[in-house]
Design a protein around this ligand. Structure first.
Ligand SMILES: [Zn+2]
Length: 153
């Protein structure tokens, strides 16, 4: 099982985006650092705005610019720093992927352009103003796996 570490500063940024979005969904991309076998730390979460997960992915132009800026900052050390997946909020329902969420993530891992071996979907919500989350990893062609999510201090 993959392990995903969510550091406090990234969790705070995601929680702030959820507060701003209120009852609407929000989300963006996740960039990660490979810290060990099957072990990744989220180093950055972009906030793409409101809408559905599929909606975020349609804004491909903006997303590619952010990818490029991330790779420049991490000196193109792709083995260590890379695209990890997507996050989005479920403000008023369970931390479980919807049918559309699953379809969107399988589109990403099966897209020959992305060359992703896997992608993580982080689903979050504010629970009494505290960030709660659940993570799922998608593998081509159609495997979804529960993923350990560690909130770091
Ligand atoms: Zn969803």
């Amino acid at each position: 099982m993959l392990k995903i570490r969510l550091p406090r500063d990234v969790a705070n940024a995601i929680a702030d985006a959820c507060r701003r979005a209120g009852t609407r969904e929000t989300g963006g991309m996740l960039f990660g650092e490979h810290v060990g076998p099957d072990d990744f730390r989220i180093v950055e979460a972009t906030v793409e705005g409101m809408g559905t997960l599929a909606g975020f992915l349609r804004r491909v132009g903006a997303a590619l610019l952010r990818l490029e800026s991330f790779f420049r900052r991490t000196r193109r050390d792709y083995q260590r720093f890379n695209y990890l997946g997507e996050w989005h909020s479920h403000p008023s329902f369970a931390l479980q992927p919807s049918t559309i969420d699953d379809a969107t993530m399988f589109d990403i891992v099966n897209d020959p352009e992305t060359e992703a071996r896997f992608a993580v979907s982080l689903i979050v919500k504010l629970d009494d103003n505290e960030l709660a989350g659940a993570a799922f990893t998608y593998y081509p062609p159609n495997e979804r796996e529960a993923t350990e999510l560690l909130f770091e201090a």
